[in-house]
Design a protein around this ligand. Structure first.
Ligand code: 3HC
Length: 310
């Protein structure tokens, strides 16, 4: 039974087809997908915070409405990804607990503060831009529920990226003070957004197996340099600059070379010691506690409905 399962699994992966929840799968496949998908979901949920902090300070009703829609989208992406993760057998409460107790990771980028309105532009353009670069290949992940969730999420991320670009463009074409604010936001978010793609391939313990199982389609460094290639063009249209003196295209390898990234800082951030980790987790725990009455009411209502149909 085990061997037949393994053979069938290997065949599905080899022919680039899909593994579905009820298919036999190696426990390590289940484990690494639960790890990656739940951390992806945590990233979406925590990612709501830096932006939500600016909803009440948006400069216009239009900007406020767009930002609210974006934050609501992130919540939906998170719920979508938690549902996808649950198909692998770990219940939602356990996933939530892993996040709130600090056991689980979430994207490093959200542990940096959003200091100005221009940061909403830098986050939309750089962070959601990086998320798209990373998530488009995940649409072809070998695990069905993950790949399918990515298709829908990528469509919404494109809107997020465009609205971020537009915020920066408007500021860059505004007063000198506005242009300076936009440049400052790009300066602060550039390096951390490159680190979103994960550690260098030489220090990426999960990449080998994830690639063999066709979860990961391109390496961390490959996607990172592809993303650089995208933003070096767009920054010109923005009339701003990237804070990277080492940025250049290496014709020989056909890749974009960029400044050295601070992997010591990265490891500190993902170990929980970034600028905002404590406040992000505390805010998440507070939201969970403040929302307890909603869960209790929903459960009481469900029980009442169940009694009615007995
Ligand atoms: N932030 C936090 N942890 C990170 C990280 C990051 N940017 N990059 C890597 N790590 C962690 C990994 O999770 C792994 O730790 P673990 O084994 O405890 O999980 C460790 O560092 C080593 O990294 P690896 O390269 O070996 O790990 P992976 O093969 O999992 O690659 C990844 C890392 C590329 C981030 C991959 O997990 C991935 O593609 N995840 C899904 C994409 C994702 O999470 N995107 C979040 C973007 S933010 C977002 O979506 C919100 C947007 O709407 C704004």
């Amino acid at each position: 039974e085990e061997q037949a399962g393994q053979d069938r699994f290997n065949q599905i992966i080899a022919e680039d087809s899909r593994i579905e929840p009820r298919d036999w799968m190696p426990e390590a496949y289940r484990k690494t997908l639960t790890r990656q998908m739940s951390q992806h979901a945590h990233s979406e949920i925590i990612g709501m915070q830096p932006e939500a902090n600016w909803i009440t300070r948006a400069p216009s009703l239009k900007r406020k409405a767009i930002l609210m829609a974006k934050v609501q989208d992130e919540a939906g992406h998170g719920l979508y990804l938690y549902s996808g993760t649950e198909t692998l057998g770990t219940p939602r409460d356990e996933l939530n607990d892993q996040l709130m107790t600090g056991k689980a990771k979430y994207s490093s980028i959200f542990n940096y503060p959003a200091r100005s309105w221009a940061d909403m532009g830098a986050i939309g353009w750089l962070v959601d831009g990086a998320a798209i670069a990373n998530q488009v290949p995940l649409c072809r992940a070998s695990y069905g529920p993950y790949g399918r969730a990515m298709v829908r999420i990528c469509k919404e991320e494109s809107f997020h990226q465009r609205q971020g670009f537009e915020i920066l463009l408007e500021l860059s074409n505004g007063t000198p003070a506005q242009k300076k604010m936009a440049q400052d936001a790009v300066n602060r978010f550039y390096a951390p957004s490159l680190m979103m793609f994960g550690p260098p391939d030489s220090d990426s313990p999960n990449s080998g197996q994830s690639t063999a199982w066709k979860i990961k389609r391109f390496s961390n460094d490959e996607l990172r340099q592809r993303f650089v290639g995208m933003i070096v063009e767009q920054i010109k249209i923005l009339g701003l600059t990237l804070p990277d003196p080492d940025l250049r295209f290496d014709a020989e390898t056909g890749t974009w070379l960029h400044m050295d990234l601070d992997w010591v800082e990265f490891k500190a951030v993902i170990a929980g010691n970034g600028p905002c980790n404590a406040q992000r987790l505390q805010r998440r725990r507070d939201a969970h506690n403040e929302g307890a009455w909603v869960r209790e009411a929903a459960a009481a209502y469900a029980a009442k409905m169940a009694r009615k149909t007995e």
